[in-house]
Design a protein around this ligand. Structure first.
Ligand SMILES: [Zn+2]
Ligand SMILES: [Zn+2]
Length: 266
């Protein structure tokens, strides 16, 4: 049985990843993957917003790097995508981004719970001490539900990202998960099984088994992503992700071409 498509990986243009797309593709071929997708951090409406994404003027360069990988490894299906930050009010910007290249899919991710706090940023870990964890999770999941409702994305990235540093609320998060998943089911998009969580303090795939089970109950489809920020991370821990998906009941994953979804058995 072939490994599922790895639809989440980055490039050096985001300023915190190493290796060119051709290097990621080479590693994918060596692993026996048949499909990958580049989904680097999208530009923001203002380039100085933060320092961990490509600049607006680098978008064409990004596409050229992905095209070069496609040309170099014709035996591998390589998709062109973006991991787009969802912030309320950015909808028109995201729609405009969508018109600039023939994207295969957009991953919708929430990293920001305000205009200045990206909750997964290790440099801002001290912010967590100033806030109640449940309050942060609530804002985060409310934004994630808005991201799904916007219908601007094919799949929603790393759904329970706030667990990254292992800081978890004492309260039951079920209502947050359910509200988010109802929005996903209503919008008809997918959610991502992201193995990067296994490489972080939380030591767990995003999302947790409970959230994934609730997604399966709603027949929400899934994508797989390593969130590779280096070539060696491509396809990392996919066996664990496949096991989790199978144990939950999933038998299909999603792939995308020109923003059209196809379900593939695994
Ligand atoms: Zn990143
Ligand atoms: Zn992300």
């Amino acid at each position: 049985m072939p490994l599922p498509a790895d639809l989440h990986m980055h490039t050096p243009l985001c300023r915190h990843a190493t290796g060119e797309p051709v290097d990621y593709a080479r590693h994918a071929v060596a692993l026996g993957l048949t499909e990958i997708g580049f989904s680097d951090h999208s530009p923001m409406p203002r380039d100085g917003f933060d320092d961990w994404r490509m600049l607006d003027r680098q978008l064409d360069e990004y596409v050229a790097k992905v095209r070069l990988a496609q040309k170099t490894f014709p035996q591998l299906t390589i998709r062109l995508a973006l991991e787009v930050d969802f912030l309320p009010g950015h909808e028109d910007w995201i729609r405009q981004l969508a018109t600039r290249h023939p994207w295969d899919y957009f991953i919708g991710s929430v990293h920001y719970v305000s205009d200045s706090w990206d909750i997964d940023n290790p440099a801002k870990l001290s912010e967590w001490k100033k806030r109640d964890a449940f309050e942060v999770w609530k804002i985060y999941f409310d934004r994630l539900a808005l991201a799904a409702e916007s219908k601007l994305f094919e799949t929603i990235g790393h759904a329970d990202l706030p667990k990254k540093f292992g800081i978890r609320p004492a309260q039951d998060c079920t209502p947050l998960y359910e509200n988010f998943l109802d929005a996903v089911a209503h919008a008809g998009c997918a959610i991502e099984l992201n193995t990067a969580g296994l490489r972080k303090d939380c030591k767990e795939i995003y999302p947790c088994p409970d959230l994934l089970r609730r997604a399966f109950q709603r027949q929400i489809p899934i994508t797989f992503g390593s969130d590779a920020h280096a070539p060696v991370e491509v396809g990392m821990d996919f066996a664990a992700a496949v096991n989790l998906a199978r144990a939950t009941g999933y038998t299909e994953f999603c792939r995308f071409h020109r923003r059209q979804r196809e379900l593939v058995k695994f």
